[in-house]
Design a protein around this ligand. Sequence first.
Ligand code: AMP
Length: 358
Amino acid sequence: MLRPGATIGILGGGQLGRMTALAAAELGLKCHVFTPERDSPAAEVCARVTVAPYEDETALEAFARGVDVVTYEFENVPAQTARVVSALTSLRPGARALATTQDRLEEKSFVAGLGLPTAPFAGIDSVADLEAALARLGRPAVLKTRRFGYDGKGQVKIADGMDAATAFDAIGRQPAILEGFVTFTREVSVVAARGEDGSIAAFDVCENAHRNHILDVTQVPASIAPETGRAALDAAAAIGAALDYVGVFTVEMFVVGDGGREGIVVNEIAPRVHNSGHWTIEGAETSQFEQHVRAICGWPLGSPARMGDVTMTNLIGADADTWQAILAEPGARLHLYGKTEARPGRKMGHVTRIRRRP
Ligand code: AMP
């Protein structure tokens, strides 16, 4: 168990690292960020920063020796980076969580192996594989690169009329997974923390709406049946336990069917705090960032209880120009990530609105 005053190392310098470092500071912990990026959002709020590539083993070793635990704020940490760090200090969540979630085929096979529902899927290494899988799974289907996809990048929907070679070209002929198309009614996520002792604390299920493949609005509670919510939380708990996970993780799911026949289909696991959990900063008794810090320090988890009905809206690109109007709005809580350049599609901040329970 770490003591207040200990130092957390964070691989990655984005807004997730920034909000984790802010939560750590509230608990008297220090953070050291390791990022290849100059002027990163996380570095602005941390005492110590190393700016170096993830492949720079000398810099990584010095970083790992100077901190008490290392965590990461993105799932594409190279395996060798994880190995170098793990040899010198504890990496939380561990290498297993990274390996499973970095590769969509590994991830879907793992989830299906737990007996949880997923889209039907097949591994794809060639146009011939893709033709065979399309014949089996039907159209439409979604072809995704196994690695490095996010926010809809590295994937293509294959409808009638697109031939297999065109689709495989569209994702750069990389190792891929083909998924049957899931006709869902809504998209939800479970953000949960798992402690060193195996305890689990999940936030209420979040309902997520996307715009241009990027998260736009999260609402809690989700408009789902209570049994669907329980199934979602149970699925997340099973995933956390099977990964022997320590820290916060997120499971993105589709809700299918309706009325009495509603169910969930697991889409993706993020081994980290998540955009759909940003509402917990004001909307829950313990934020996802504090939960992550507590878990990786070996501390007891806090209460994930919700304070009211919550809406979190992302400020993407020029949306952040509305900051003055948001400041003037009673009850709206503005977060800006300190990014200087508002490129289209870039997450610049978010705003949380809570309707408190009477
Ligand atoms: P992902 O990168 O896996 O999170 O996918 C990005 C978005 O594409 C999801 O949020 C869904 O809206 C959509 N999508 C992904 N996979 C499927 C699927 N198998 N069936 C239908 N829609 C999907």
